[in-house]
Design a protein around this ligand. Structure first.
Ligand SMILES: Cc1cc2nc3c(=O)[nH]c(=O)nc-3n(C[C@H](O)[C@H](O)[C@H](O)COP(=O)(O)O)c2cc1C
Length: 560
């Protein structure tokens, strides 16, 4: 009640009436309602980003620049599902709730309300280490919610280990370690309008004599209201290296997920040291201003490690179409931070549920309209950059190789009329294919600044001894940028030595048939691989995507 008075003074009705709720048809409606009803400093806290907030803007813009390319007549049957399995647990939809600190600022029930909503929808809820409800209190209040725990590796390793033990004991299912916060992000809005924490809102995991007896019970933790944020800030450790992640994996049996990856080179290291998953994220633009948006770098990361670990994404997801785009480009799951907070601030648990319902309905509708019945039907071909619509014949390197797969399409289409550079690029790609999915040249190029002691991969100097520019330096020149390997389909291991299907090549093949019947087509046309040849492609999908007229009988002849 006190919190309600302190922080939600603008809120008129305590519970939304039905008519008011009807006005809230999208996440942005919830955002608008929050701005109208909740105290400004809390609004700033939920919405704000780092410095000039370019990355926040970019997160939205990057999703908007992606166009969904539907397929029609896909024979979508009764088997429609949004279910996704992650680390052995099946969730009902691929949209989880990202860790957000101090949720009691938005609603008195805070994390408990959000976790209950997550339980209702059968999606993962990630508890921030800076939560206003402690690990134990949350586990007791919402025992059956699928919970993951977000952690920073603090300077004080004893404190860090203690938090991990508490999460394990409280039956959290995974540890999400945030690696993009060597120092707190700079918020100009917060500087202008500082957020003052009321006495009752605390970083509950650090409160001595609370449920937990403090973070480690040895008096190192402090009261949150005034000083604990400073304390936590002082515990952030910019000197951390990848060995810290190894250390974390050595002290827990829970899956370790690294959150905050924006770079292919980092993703490769994460995969090498054996982390279980990663979240491509810029923390919703709250850390590094001018960082790329997560969706922009997702393809290169999926391309690099998607067949080795689970790749997930957050930052900027606020519509079902955003989720669709990220899933199509290879994310196994997406997470929402602010969207859930808008719902929480407007209407507590019910508000978060409504936001999740909006996202679910929008995702389902998008999938059906795009010709996809299940998540397995989503492929990178369902999404393209708007530039590709306007300049379909521009060389890939001019359009920006944001999607590895289209490089491969380009290669297939230009097979008979390669320029020298195309041929060189293609050769590099061929090499890549025989290198178990890892392009050593690219790897070296991108890892040039990596000096991780346990790193298996060799790192070349920028300038070779004879004074020539080494390959990585040439990488900087867009005209010589080699293509990457195509992205895997939803993290399924790639069968790299078999060409994978490109829908456009279907059209090419058909045009070569010049309207003749399938039987009259030249055999090499009929047998040209035109459909996805994933190792375990489900039969329904093969049937629906292949050109049935080119098949004889059961269609097996046109599928090698
Ligand atoms: C108010 C707020 C507090 C956050 N606190 C944390 C946190 O404590 N730990 C963390 O790893 N990420 C934190 N994040 C980042 C989110 O986990 C997530 O990466 C981000 O919100 C995703 O972007 P979106 O808000 O556009 O969905 C916070 C984000 C917001 C908006």
């Amino acid at each position: 009640m006190l919190l309600d008075q302190l922080f939600r003074t603008k809120r008129s009705p305590a519970v939304l009436t039905e008519s008011l709720r009807c006005e809230l048809a999208s996440v942005s409606d919830y955002e608008r309602r929050m701005c109208e009803t909740v105290e400004t400093s809390v609004v700033n806290y939920c919405r704000g980003g780092a410095a000039s907030e370019q990355t926040v803007t970019r997160n939205r813009a990057a999703f908007d620049r992606l166009i969904i390319r539907p397929r029609c007549l896909q024979r979508i049957g009764g088997t429609r599902s949004l279910a996704v399995t992650s680390f052995g647990i099946t969730y009902r939809m691929p949209v989880g709730i990202a860790p957000v600190a101090l949720q009691c600022l938005a609603h008195p029930e805070g994390e408990k309300a959000t976790a209950r909503a997550a339980r209702t929808f059968g999606v993962p809820f990630v508890l921030s280490v800076l939560s206003s409800v402690s690990i134990e209190e949350l586990a007791e209040a919402v025992p059956r919610a699928p919970k993951w725990f977000q952690l920073y590796i603090f300077k004080d390793r004893e404190l860090t280990e203690c938090l991990v033990r508490r999460a394990e004991k409280a039956r959290f299912r995974a540890i999400v370690v945030c690696v993009d916060t060597p120092t707190p992000g700079l918020s100009r809005t917060e500087r202008r309008n500082p957020l003052t924490l009321p006495a009752k809102v605390t970083c509950a995991n650090f409160v001595p004599n609370g449920n937990s007896g403090g973070a480690n019970g040895n008096g190192k933790a402090k009261s949150c209201s005034a000083s604990v944020l400073d304390y936590v800030r002082s515990q952030l450790d910019p000197s951390l290296g990848w060995d810290a992640i190894r250390w974390l994996m050595s002290i827990t049996t829970l899956p370790v997920i690294v959150k905050g990856i924006l770079n292919r080179a980092d993703a490769l290291i994460a995969a090498d040291i054996g982390v279980h998953g990663l979240i491509v994220s810029n923390s919703g633009g709250r850390q590094l201003d001018y960082a790329p948006s997560a969706i922009e770098v997702l393809p290169e990361i999926v391309n690099a490690v998607g067949n080795r670990l689970e790749v997930m994404l957050d930052s900027g997801v606020s519509q079902g179409t955003d989720a669709f785009k990220a899933l199509a480009l290879g994310a196994r799951m997406v997470f929402v931070g602010r969207a859930a907070m808008f719902g929480l601030a407007v209407n507590g648990q019910r508000g978060v549920e409504e936001v999740l319902d909006i996202l679910k309905t929008e995702l389902e509708s998008t999938m059906l309209n795009a010709g996809c019945g299940t998540l397995d039907d989503l492929t990178p071909q369902h999404v393209c950059h708007e530039m590709q619509l306007y300049f379909p014949f521009a060389p890939e390197r001019l359009r920006g190789s944001w999607r590895g797969e289209s490089l491969r399409s380009e290669r297939y289409r230009t097979r008979d009329r390669r320029t020298n550079i195309d041929a060189a690029d293609a050769e590099i790609a061929e090499d890549t294919e025989h290198d178990d999915g890892v392009n050593v040249a690219l790897l070296r190029a991108e890892n040039v600044s990596e000096r991780v002691t346990f790193q298996q991969r060799c790192v070349d100097p920028v300038i070779e001894e004879d004074g020539k520019l080494c390959p990585e330096s040439r990488q900087a020149l867009p005209s010589l940028q080699p293509p990457g390997t195509p992205p895997p389909y939803r993290n399924v291991p790639l069968q790299l030595n078999v060409p994978r299907g490109i829908y456009r090549s279907n059209t090419n093949n058909l045009s070569r048939c010049k309207g003749t019947s399938a039987a009259a087509c030249p055999s090499e046309v009929r047998t040209t691989r035109t459909v996805i040849s994933r190792k375990e492609a489900p039969p329904r999908r093969i049937k629906s995507h292949s050109m049935q007229n080119l098949c004889s009988g059961d269609g097996s002849k046109c599928i090698k």
